[in-house]
Design a protein around this ligand. Sequence first.
Ligand code: 13P
Length: 246
Amino acid sequence: MRWIGTSFKMTKTIAESAAYAARLREAVGPEAPAGVRPFVIPPATAIDTVARTLGAGSPVLVGAQNAHWADGGPWTGEISMPQAADAGAALVELGHSERRTHFAETDATVRRKVRAALRHGLIPLVCVGEDAPTFAAGGSADHVVAQALAALGGSADTGTVLLAYEPVWAIGDAGRPATPAEIAAPVAALRDAVGDRVAGVLYGGSVAPENAADLLGVPGVDGLFVGRAAWRVEGFLRLLDIAAGR
Ligand code: 13P
């Protein structure tokens, strides 16, 4: 299975998210291309709208960009896994580097959130990735394996978890795309360490139509997790086509 997903991060109004979802529904139809599993992760304000616009039974999964480990209570500013699911999320992104860097997300909090997501039937999409100094020092594989092991813990029920390998130095406007050669070893290390315990290993960081096929060709890569290149729906549709071999 090739998972192709995008996070809108902190972009798009409800109306913009709805327009994106409507176009996606129209273009994808009732069945995704064979072997391709699309997902979209709008801002929390638009999860409900995107899920309703895509409609029940859509082949496009909807996700949340984050959710708390507690089921409810005095956690101002947070949403819980049950609330994310109630809004229409089937998947929850956890531990993105922007959350680790700016919002004090740690391996320990990611682990608690993975537990909570699984408890509520959400697919955890756990982001792992090394920073530039770790990459330069040759520590990428060890770093991401440690993050993945911490997120999964010793639990036996992690078979729905998706991992996204996102080198921090490859993400966003300040990043540069990783090459297939650069991601091969960290991806192989993740597969060796936890491949039989998760549903897939995705790559993310400056993915674009120009590099998508090559990145998908790296052994062990089960999909792509995309930011900017998929924020216009045409970009996302192009990536779905590439994943489908069209
Ligand atoms: P970009 O594709 O914009 O580099 O973002 C990747 C990412 O962080 C996906 O979560």
